[in-house]
Design a protein around this ligand. Sequence first.
Ligand SMILES: *Cc1c(COP(=O)(O)O)cnc(C)c1O
Length: 394
Amino acid sequence: MQLERSDLAPDTLTVAAGRPPREHDAPVNPPIVLSTTYHETRAPEAGDRIYARGSNPTWDPFEEALGALEGADLPALVFGSGLGAAAAALSLVPTGGAVVMPRHAYAGSISLAADLAAQGRFELRTVDIADTPAVLAELDALAARFDAGQVMLWLESPTNPMLEVAELSVLTDAAHATGAVVVADNTFNTPIVHRPLESGVDVVLHSVTKWLAGHSDVVLGALITSDAALRDRLLAHRTLHGAIAGPFEVWLALRGLRTLALRMERSQGTAASLALRLADHPAVRRVRYPGLPTDPGHERAAAQFNGFGGIVSIELDDVATADALVAAVRLWLPATSLGGVESLVERRRRQPAEPVTVPEALVRLSVGIENPEDLWADLDSALRVAAGPRDGGL
Ligand SMILES: *Cc1c(COP(=O)(O)O)cnc(C)c1O
């Protein structure tokens, strides 16, 4: 008997989905299949594996589990990286069309879209995704100039690293009314916190590299949709452009996914308590965390999401203080990326591709699963060092 997976809660699905069939002596975990090709004993038919750029049995359980977790009717599609998945998603925009993106979307996504726009593939418009009237006005303006199906609305909520929260259903409904396709990058929230397909979004994107795999040891991406025609096009793009995942990485990602709910619970709990304490810290000018009641995105996040995520951004007095903080931590790791078991700290504007509207002295904290008091003690003492006298004064 097959489990009716739609009856299961997300934290159960992380453990139960994507298992081999219950047969006597069958393994409980899927194997890693290392083969570039498959026996062919008759003429190829639709759905045959044929060659490993098109299909690998190691992908299937991960894709099944992630599709189920996002509440999709179809399995996910795994890609060699989040940006590989983003390139496939952007391929849905017809040449000569337009893409609307948050100005504070992940820097790599904006760089990719800007590169494609510079080549004349489509027009790129960036918006403040938290400013609903401005986004609606942009969609209306594009609807006047483009045919239905030529426009894509790209959502990322909360944004990386500004943590702005969009009104997902309102924007998605408005985009659909103009015939636009809607993609949502759900890397920050994960399906434990929010499932964008339930807000009407057409395609969900993940950098699996981050929370889903969760151990900072694999680079992978994924797309999820319940629309069979869109999935066929995305699958064709993956096969033809070759942005495929290695079987070892996908096996590790499924292993990581098994603990996603626990890791998120821990990271979110610690992030919430750190955000509260940081808000009172004399060295911190501003805290951005949708879980803080004073945060501009708080009401929207509380209404739409089942939690507030594990990322906190703080603004310090100046670049020197921010750099001194990153240099002074002993437990937190100074590194880019996010969503792993280990806590990471980064001044984002160190990256040349980061949008210039991200404050120079903003430091992004990716909260891991270490003891919360150890994390606080390290951060607090590093903040005191960073904010203290730097010119030899005692
Ligand atoms: C890291 C990231 C990506 C890109 O994913 P890669 O796996 O690094 O290619 C896309 N979106 C967000 C929000 C990210 O944090």
